[in-house]
Design a protein around this ligand. Structure first.
Ligand SMILES: Cc1cc2nc3c(=O)[nH]c(=O)nc-3n(C[C@H](O)[C@H](O)[C@H](O)COP(=O)(O)O)c2cc1C
Length: 197
């Protein structure tokens, strides 16, 4: 039994929520970061596989490790953001299925089927990244997602020796609406993007 969210909530999540390019100097606490994950983790994934892994880059030391791999246009705002989430995917996700999907031998569906591992990991890890972004908005935080970075470089720096691969980045904090906020771009209409069959 769920009721539609209020107009104010729909604004916060979708209608007036924006992608920010500059950040107010206001900290995001570790507690907020943990709360963010505790919400996002409940978004659905196939066989509950939950392949997303995240490094929340917050310290100056970690920011400096990330900096060399950012595209030029993403560097300054990422250094300024209170937190940058490296949203990644563990392509060994199926090793956790005995815990996450215990009523079936789901691990065996993936072992030796690299095409399925790649497709399922990418699909579900990307879904979880979107859940994370929307969870941040639900908690009153702003986001700036980015794919402009050297993925192989970030993987070597943060995920060496694992099967975890970076997917995209999200700057998280309190957006500065007065600096580098672009005009809202058009979206496709229902008829351009969808049909009711
Ligand atoms: C996966 C993803 C990657 C993106 N990569 C970049 C990027 O590298 N640099 C950038 O400035 N914006 C990037 N964006 C921001 C988009 O251009 C922006 O979200 C889109 O234009 C909608 O803007 P709005 O949310 O303000 O309406 C990215 C967004 C997403 C979701």
């Amino acid at each position: 039994m769920s009721a539609p969210l209020s107009d104010a909530s729909l604004d916060q999540l979708f209608l007036t929520a924006r992608t920010f390019n500059a950040w107010q100097p206001k900290e995001v606490s570790d507690e907020q970061i943990r709360r963010l994950y505790e919400l996002a983790k409940f978004g659905p994934t196939a066989a509950n596989s939950s392949p997303m892994r995240i490094v929340f880059v917050k310290s100056q030391d970690a920011k400096q490790r990330l900096k060399p791999y950012l595209s030029e246009s993403n560097a300054e705002k990422t250094m300024q953001a209170p937190v940058t989430a490296i949203v990644a995917i563990d392509y060994a996700f199926y090793e956790h299925l005995p815990k996450l999907f215990p009523h079936a031998d789901a691990r065996s569906w993936f072992v030796g089927n690299e095409a399925l591992v790649q497709a399922s990991g990418t699909r579900n890890g990307s879904l979880q990244g979107a859940y994370l972004l929307m969870a941040a908005r639900a908690l009153g935080l702003d986001c700036g997602p980015m794919s402009g970075f050297d993925q192989a470089g970030v993987d070597a720096e943060f995920f060496a020796g694992t099967q975890i691969k970076s997917n995209f980045l999200i700057n998280i904090g309190y957006g500065d609406p007065d600096t580098n906020l672009f005009d809202r771009l058009p979206r496709l209409s229902f008829d351009e993007a969808a049909q009711i069959a």
